[in-house]
Design a protein around this ligand. Structure first.
Ligand code: NAD
Ligand code: LMR
Ligand code: MG
Length: 441
């Protein structure tokens, strides 16, 4: 069972003398607690109270950190331990809100009956008008069956809802899109396809999320073929886009040509197969992969890659290694080759921590928090919706990857996800290619 990292907030009082908080930080650091945000709650003449967020790997480690801070003495004290993450989820993270206000009978007649009937007739006579007089063309369904929630596995769609709500928040904030989670109580491809087809008219696009392999492949392929709105499985193509951008960025910084590199993919599920396909489409020297599931390995072969037998072999053979297995700690530091580029992308815990990979000799290392499909899906859908695209195509995805690369500041591997320019740049690149391809309605 893998260790889950979790965040807690410590409310800490220190006497208002320089150097006291440094003692607290050292105590946390010595026990390998990872300090996040620090907020000063109160500065008094005698003492200061701060809310310090820390990431831990076990309750035991948390208890040890609290005891170590209380043991410093000099009036330093932990007053409370709170769970900010749970608190942020109370009541859910999203809500359907009205864009208009109803303050008078006139308003009521305009936005509801009898006025609304005329708008219905306008759309009945010319269905394209729905793009202008409803929110449909700006709304994307976030569809999951709960079978591959992050790296937590098949925990069901309801337990996966916090992830889907999170995706909706990101759609809203980074692309102005309304994301509506749809939780399916079936994984059967016929039933999933049929259900999504029956509800698709409410949406301008369909984002498939955390649907496990292999059924995700058939579901996406069939929905793309049967619907004339953009459909994308984020864990496949959103991840592949961001991974290609990161690999190109790491190569650029280390003077390596991606097209001359040998690339290895550990884990050939939804994310891993799509990453391998994207790298082969881009043109790499060799594409190797490993997965204990022989059907997954066969799928790589069908797409032109070569399957190897073990993680060790991949680590020995490849210049660039990407891992999407959901297995924490799968890559041991002693497997790392000097100068290797390692992207260990499993969430919530990576196959190898970037610090450990760099210490073991990697030239570049990143995890799934840095290299995350958050950099891709909001802009990809914004661009596709703006262009009224019927489909999300490979050229649109490659354009998105290059836009992420071009938005990366010198010295960084990828742009910061809170940098709004990256989402705008991805959107305009995707929209441009969709228009060039005449892949529009
Ligand atoms: N950073 C990101 O943006 C991002 C995006 C998508 C997925 N992910 C992460 O990738 C992981 C996998 O997601 P997925 O949707 O592809 O799931 P998935 O279930 O479709 O695929 C996982 C694959 O890993 C294989 N695997 C398991 N143990 C292995 C081992 N020891 N060696 C080699 N292969 C092994 C499985 O057989 C399976 O084929 C998750 O942890 C998820 O969080 C990250
Ligand atoms: O949601 C994320 O953080 C990335 C990705 O979609 C995943 O499944 O891990
Ligand atoms: Mg996902």
């Amino acid at each position: 069972m893998s260790q889950i990292q979790f965040i807690r907030n410590l409310i800490i009082e220190t006497p208002s003398k320089p150097g006291n908080f440094a003692k607290v930080a050292s105590a946390i650091g010595e026990l390998k607690g990872d300090i996040g945000d620090i907020q000063t709650i109160k500065v008094g003449t005698l003492s200061t109270i701060r809310d310090v967020s820390i990431q831990c790997t076990s309750e035991e480690q948390l208890d040890q950190i609290v005891a170590a801070i209380n043991a410093i003495g000099d009036g330093i004290q932990v007053h409370a331990v709170t769970d900010d993450v749970l608190h942020a989820h109370e009541g859910g993270k999203i809500a359907m809100k009205s864009r208009v206000e109803v303050r008078s009978l006139g308003d009521l007649r305009r936005i509801y009956t009898p006025g609304v009937a005329n708008v219905c007739k306008v759309i009945q006579n010319d269905p394209v008008q729905a793009d202008y007089f409803t929110g449909i063309s700006n709304t994307v369904a976030i569809v999951t069956d709960g079978t591959a929630i992050l790296g937590l596995g098949n925990i069901g769609p309801v337990a996966g809802m916090p992830v889907m709500e999170g995706k909706a928040v990101l759609f809203d904030q980074f692309a102005g899109i309304s994301g509506i989670p749809i939780l399916l109580d079936t994984s059967d491809p016929d039933e999933v396809v049929e259900t999504v087809k029956h509800i698709h008219q409410s949406f301008g696009g369909i984002l498939l999320e955390d649907i496990g392999s292999p059924h995700c492949f058939e579901i996406e392929e069939r929905l793309k073929a049967e619907l004339d709105i953009p459909v994308m499985h984020d864990d496949q193509h959103g991840t592949a886009v961001v991974t290609l951008a990161s690999a190109l960025s790491a190569c650029r910084q280390s003077g390596v040509e991606l097209s001359q590199s040998v690339v290895g993919q550990i884990g050939l599920g939804a994310a891993g197969l799509a990453i391998s396909r994207m790298f082969m489409a881009y043109g790499v020297k060799e594409m190797y992969g490993v997965d204990p599931n022989s059907e997954a390995a066969d799928r790589l072969k069908q797409h032109g890659g070569t399957a190897l037998d073990s993680v060790e072999e991949i680590m020995k053979t490849c210049d660039i290694v990407i891992a999407t297995t959901g297995v924490q700690g799968l890559i041991k530091p002693e497997m790392v080759r000097q100068g290797q580029i390692i992207l260990a992308l499993s969430n919530p815990n990576a196959e190898i921590e970037p610090e450990a990979a760099l210490e073991a000799g990697a030239a570049f290392a990143a995890d799934g928090r840095q290299v995350n499909n958050i950099l891709g899906f909001p802009g990809i859908f914004r661009g596709a919706l703006n262009a009224h695209a019927k489909d999300i195509t490979y050229p649109m995805l490659i354009a998105a990857a290059l836009a992420i690369l071009d938005s990366t500041k010198p010295g960084d591997l990828v742009p910061h996800p809170l940098d709004p320019t990256v989402h705008a740049n991805v959107a305009s690149a995707v929209e441009r290619v969709a228009n060039e391809e005449e892949n529009t309605i």
